[in-house]
Design a protein around this ligand. Structure first.
Ligand code: ZN
Length: 51
């Protein structure tokens, strides 16, 4: 069973709750994602044009 943990702020998913928590913590504090953390995301978004 695949389980993933989602950052409630940016929506990226991680394999561990710790990473998701770290992402959420960073996101809410800095209003942005940490590249170091998002690199570990399962569903990290590629740079795409947002309309
Ligand atoms: Zn996040």
């Amino acid at each position: 069973m695949r389980k993933s943990f989602r950052c409630g702020y940016c929506g990226l998913e991680y394999k561990t709750k710790e990473l998701a928590d770290r992402c959420f913590d960073y996101c809410t504090k800095h209003n942005a994602c940490s590249i170091e953390i998002t690199n570990k995301a399962i569903n990290k978004k590629e740079k795409s044009k947002s309309k």
